[in-house]
Design a protein around this ligand. Structure first.
Ligand code: HEC
Length: 444
């Protein structure tokens, strides 16, 4: 992704910190949305699969839940596409001057995401189309046949779009994860510059499994909330109600309980450079939240009610918050050295710019100028080509301007004893600096 490197501007250490916050914010929007979309799509496809025997409650569920998560295209844009673009931007900036191919993974993730979105929306519409066909009742044999034919065509189309949507969304999720895990391992930045095998590292795989279980758990909570929150207006018959409740509670419990397992596996496979006390601290909060969530699922399952369906949503938001903070801390730790390199690069870049615009703020050192330009002809207490400073400086006492004037434009003073002093071509600031220096040194 050479072209990405070209858009990079050196960043000051202040900006680097800001960029890391931006990355955190980005993930805070992206992670829960992606998880909900992913889990919901998996469930919807599962229900559609069960619905093929003709049980209406499954097809209703398949359609309902995909409708909820895709209710508005601009949400998909704001919570999916925009954060992915900012992640690409942030990683490109933060990993500038390394060979890490993190941004490449992120771009692949975005492309897969866009493709998956097209499939998912098609899938959603074909589910509606199928319903429509089923609703059309006609006594005319010819129309009935036609409707039947279109229906089966639509069915095969929608089943495929759903699957393709899932394939591309999985790819998108996986690319993103592989990229962000690679970003945590400076040792791999230089060694891994191409090849597909690098995608399948242990940390990426365990993280993916963890994300998958988190997606399914949060989607179960979403289903509960959608159908059973106190203000819910969806009307279900008894059979649908019982099935949906039991399904969401069971899957929610299972996928919450297995999260710590994948989480721990991921921590074990994470590069050492990414671990810090902060990461472990947040991990404790993560485990605690998971414990609370699984307890709520368990209580509801046991009592066969849905009284915590709203609280669960909040808890999941908190949980994802912790996940993101942990990732961000890990990245900050892992990239600490890189950030210093970048900040240093910025300073050089800034100095160069200033020089180009004649704003150089390089400190002018009188001592350096004396050592570089004057020392050949002048000592403080000995005559060389020119007079000793101790002999000539007294007359400049309290008259620095005159001294500066002389240095800038030497005139003949003592033609009997000395040749003329050649003009040293100093700039006014430099002349002043060297004047200060020799006066100060002479007075000592
Ligand atoms: C190539 C030799 C040479 C170099 C280099 C040189 N000078 Fe001189 N400087 C002279 C000579 C010769 C004189 C005596 C000139 C005269 O009396 O007409 C002199 C005289 C002076 C005087 C005395 C002026 C006076 O009023 O009597 C000062 C002060 C001085 N130089 C400062 C400097 C400083 C500061 C630099 C470095 C930026 C410098 N010179 C570099 C040769 C040199």
């Amino acid at each position: 992704m050479e072209f990405l490197d070209n858009i990079v501007l050196p960043q000051s250490s202040h900006h680097i910190t800001l960029l890391k916050y931006l990355l955190g914010l980005t993930l805070l929007l992206l992670a829960p949305y992606l998880a909900a979309l992913y889990g919901t799509l998996i469930y919807s496809i599962y229900f559609r699969f069960k619905a093929r025997k003709g049980d209406h409650k499954y097809s209703q569920l398949a359609k309902d839940i995909i409708d909820v998560i895709t209710f508005n295209k601009s949400v998909t844009f704001a919570l999916g596409v925009v954060p992915m673009l900012s992640a690409i931007f942030a990683y490109t900036q933060l990993l500038h001057m390394t060979n890490a191919i993190v941004p490449t993974f992120m771009v692949l993730s975005l492309i897969s995401f866009l493709i998956s979105i097209i499939f998912i929306y098609t899938y959603k519409h074909t589910l509606h189309l199928k319903d429509l066909f089923s609703a059309v009742q006609s006594d005319d044999e010819k129309i009935k046949d036609d409707v039947q034919t279109y229906k089966s065509k639509a069915v095969s189309l929608f089943s495929r779009t759903g699957n393709w949507g899932l394939v591309f969304l999985s790819a998108s999720v996986y690319f993103f994860i592989a990229g962000s895990q690679l970003a945590l391992d400076p040792e791999r930045w230089e060694s891994i510059t191409s090849g597909w095998l690098v995608l399948f590292t242990l940390d990426s795989i365990t993280y993916f499994l963890h994300f998958l279980s988190a997606s399914l758990a949060v989607s179960s909570a979403g289903i509960l909330y959608y159908y059973f929150r106190p203000s819910s207006e969806v009307i279900l018959n008894e059979d649908q109600k019982n099935y949906t409740k039991k399904f969401a509670l069971t899957t929610g419990l299972i996928f919450t309980i297995i999260q710590p397992v994948f989480y721990a596996l991921n921590m074990l496979t994470k590069p050492k450079l990414a671990l810090s006390a902060g990461v472990f601290g947040v991990s404790i909060l993560v485990i605690f939240t998971l414990l609370v969530i699984s307890n709520l699922f368990y209580i509801m399952l046991k009592e066969s009610n849905t009284k915590f369906s709203s609280s669960l949503i909040y808890l999941f938001v908190v949980l994802f918050g912790f996940y993101v903070v942990k990732e961000n801390l890990a990245f900050s730790t892992a990239s600490a050295k890189q950030s210093i390199i970048l900040a240093d690069n910025f300073n050089k870049y800034e100095a160069k710019l200033k020089e180009e615009f004649g704003l150089s703020n390089v400190v002018i050192s009188g001592e350096d100028i004396y050592n570089g330009k004057c020392i050949a002809c002048h000592q403080f207490d000995r005559v060389l080509v020119g007079p000793a400073y101790k002999d000539v400086l007294p007359k400049y006492e309290g008259k620095k301007e005159d001294l500066v004037k002389f240095i800038l434009n030497p005139v003949r003073v003592n033609a009997d004893k000395f040749p003329a002093m050649p003009n040293q071509g100093l700039k006014p600031q430099e002349a002043e600096a060297v004047a200060d220096y020799i006066i100060q040194k002479y007075q000592q």
